[in-house]
Design a protein around this ligand. Structure first.
Ligand SMILES: [Zn+2]
Ligand SMILES: [Zn+2]
Length: 168
């Protein structure tokens, strides 16, 4: 979706609200496609002293299999994003991933919101941010409670092991 900005480009403090829906169902993350539901974005572009600032909230429900505990999950994610829209870059150093060029006074919302969504995604697909994962010994899902395995890093066992080794 292209958002025409000519009405606010030359008017300080002018605001243009927008709503958009993105289809990112073919966005591959690891080996899965977790964005099977539309991504909804609500926001506005404001002319702040001649600089166009886009602010938006983007949200969707992810569906996937947790990278840590392997449980299938659905989880709502919501990100607040802010980006700078500019007609030209004054120098290359200004360019960062949150600066977008306008084309003929239009902002390419699909491109901007897709980039913002991907930049905000976690590097792993987790059922919840603090997923405890599985015990690597017995395989119990530690989100359901601790297991009975002895902690691997009990320092007494390391000392004992060292003593036995010295005897050999
Ligand atoms: Zn998990
Ligand atoms: Zn265990």
């Amino acid at each position: 979706m292209l958002l025409g900005l000519s009405t606010i480009l030359r008017t300080p403090d002018a605001v243009l609200p927008f709503e958009a829906s993105l289809d990112l169902s073919d966005l591959k993350f690891g080996s899965s496609y977790p964005v099977s539901e539309p991504v909804q974005a609500v926001g506005s572009v404001r002319n702040t002293a001649g600089v166009l600032i886009l602010r938006a909230n983007i949200r969707t429900v992810l569906h996937g299999s947790c990278d840590r505990c392997a449980v299938d999950f659905s989880r709502e994610v919501s990100y607040d994003v802010e980006a700078v829209l500019t007609r030209e870059l004054e120098n290359e150093d200004e360019a960062d991933e949150w600066t977008f060029l306008l084309e003929n006074d239009h902002a390419d919302l699909d491109d901007i919101l897709t980039t913002a969504f991907v930049l905000n995604m976690d590097s792993k697909l987790l059922c919840k941010p603090d997923c405890k994962g599985l015990c690597f010994r017995c395989g119990k899902n530690l989100n359901d409670g601790a297991c009975d395995c002895r902690p691997e890093s009990d320092p007494r066992w390391a000392v004992l092991g060292q003593l036995l080794k010295d005897k050999e």
